[in-house]
Design a binder for this molecule. Structure first.
Ligand SMILES: [Zn+2]
Length: 447
């Protein structure tokens, strides 16, 4: 009985084996179809193979771009049944690589709501802003930093971008510090000057000349100028406390020498500069000082006034040497007696000097005229003793102490050289008269 049973079992086993084999041959297999955006690419045997293909492609791209990436396209593997499938990993891999695009997470530096640059890491963006601030901080023992900040509203925000949109840290730093180039042009109008355009667009003349191949300052109406301007994106405001020591210049006082036998100037007391220690609060924007406020000031040493005794002893005895030259330096551009355009002859000498050059009283006396007229412009007449008078014309300004009737001493500043009245160019017109008669001022300076 037992033998019969085992025989039946063997037959059943053999039958199962045959039926199983036939089933495998005629029944479809489970495989995975890989698709990109629902477009079939091919088949793989199992999910591990599919995952390996995708991971390999992504790893290679991340190595190339040096950042974490996300694929934009949808790649999927779906289970399907198939008779004798043909597997095609290399084709699938090539198909994905050819079509796939990526996005990554970037960190945008946002200035006043505009994205200025995108970098790979949040830390990179934070570091950049700190480095831009540090760029404008001075390291100086006489200077301590009170505060540093950005004038703009700046934030760092995460954004999804293509890896090509990421910027290098160095490039972003130089853009933040040097500004962003702007393609701006200007069409020259009638009456424009290069210096005027330079001022109104805040571009140095040399930059305009170079960018537009201009020699000198000749421009023509209708000409299109490249302004080469750049827009500063960040304004770093620093507030510093600066301690410094400053000179207090001594003043000069002229006095008539009581000994009227003395000629010329004698220093009675020599001048010594004083010193003060000063503390300023200095506000700068991108390293440019925009405001300075004195917060502390203490005199360390008082200056000593220089006293000059001016000698008038030789006045009437010997005219030569009685006058001090009315300006320090300068040449004579027009001599006494030279014909003038109006047909008359020159009544004095012209001494060109820059506007604002101090004019000194040639000798002590009394101011008899301080006026402004069309010919002389602003002018002063000083009456000296013995009928002599001196006249100073075309002044830019009068010294505050000068009034009709005021007494001046030799060497006192009476005004500043200018170009007022009938004058071409900044110069002092100087006359010497005696009892109304015109004399040659240079006669008083001959040996
Ligand atoms: Zn003159």
């Amino acid at each position: 009985m037992a033998k019969k049973i085992s025989c039946v079992g063997a037959i059943v086993l053999v039958a199962v084996f045959f039926v199983g084999s036939a089933y495998t041959l005629v029944t479809p297999q489970w495989v995975y179809q890989v698709s990109l955006q629902d477009e079939p690419l091919g088949f793989v045997g199992d999910l591990d193979e599919y995952n390996a293909i995708v991971k390999d492609i992504q790893t290679r791209a991340e190595t190339q771009w040096e950042c974490d990436l996300v694929m934009n396209e949808r790649i999927s593997a779906s289970k399907v049944r198939m008779w004798s499938p043909r597997f095609s990993s290399p084709t699938i891999s090539a198909g994905i690589e050819a079509a796939v695009t990526y996005k990554t997470k970037g960190w945008a530096i946002v200035i006043n709501r505009d994205i200025a640059a995108i970098v790979d890491k949040e830390q990179t963006a934070t570091d950049l802003l700190e480095e831009v601030k540090a760029h404008y901080i001075r390291d100086n023992k006489n200077c301590s930093l009170l505060s540093v900040g950005l004038r703009e509203d700046v934030s760092i925000e995460s954004v999804a971008i293509t890896p090509e949109a990421l910027s290098d840290k160095e490039d972003v730093f130089s853009m933040l510090v040097c500004g962003q180039a702007e393609n701006k042009t200007y069409v020259v109008r009638k009456g424009d000057s290069l210096s005027g355009i330079s001022r109104s667009h805040n571009v140095p003349i040399s930059v305009l000349q170079q960018a537009n191949s201009i020699k000198g300052d000749i421009i023509q109406a209708g000409q299109v100028l490249n302004l080469q301007s750049s827009k500063t994106l960040l304004h770093v405001e620093t507030v510093e406390e600066v301690s410094t020591s400053e000179t207090i210049p001594y003043s000069v006082q002229y006095k008539v020498n009581p000994d009227n036998s003395v000629r010329g100037d004698v220093v009675n007391v020599s001048g010594v500069n004083g010193r003060r220690s000063v503390t300023y609060k200095v506000v700068k924007v991108n390293g440019q000082e925009i405001r300075r406020q004195r917060t502390k000031s203490a005199v360390v040493k008082e200056p000593q006034t220089k006293v000059i005794f001016t000698g008038i002893g030789y006045w009437s005895a010997r005219p030569t040497g009685m006058f001090r030259f009315p300006v320090n330096g300068g040449r004579i551009s027009s001599y006494l007696g030279e014909p003038r355009p109006n047909g008359r002859r020159h009544t004095g000498v012209d001494i060109p000097n820059p506007r604002g050059t101090p004019i000194y009283a040639a000798a002590s006396g009394t101011v008899t005229t301080k006026a402004r007229v069309s010919g002389y412009g602003r002018y002063i007449v000083i009456q000296h003793s013995d009928g002599y008078s001196t006249r100073y014309a075309h002044l830019q300004s009068f010294a505050n102490s000068i009034h009709v009737g005021s007494t001046v001493v030799r060497g006192q500043i009476i005004g500043r050289v200018g170009n007022t009245g009938h004058s071409s160019g900044s110069h002092l017109h100087w006359e010497v008269r005696r009892n109304g008669q015109v004399l040659n001022p240079l006669d008083f300076f001959r040996k």
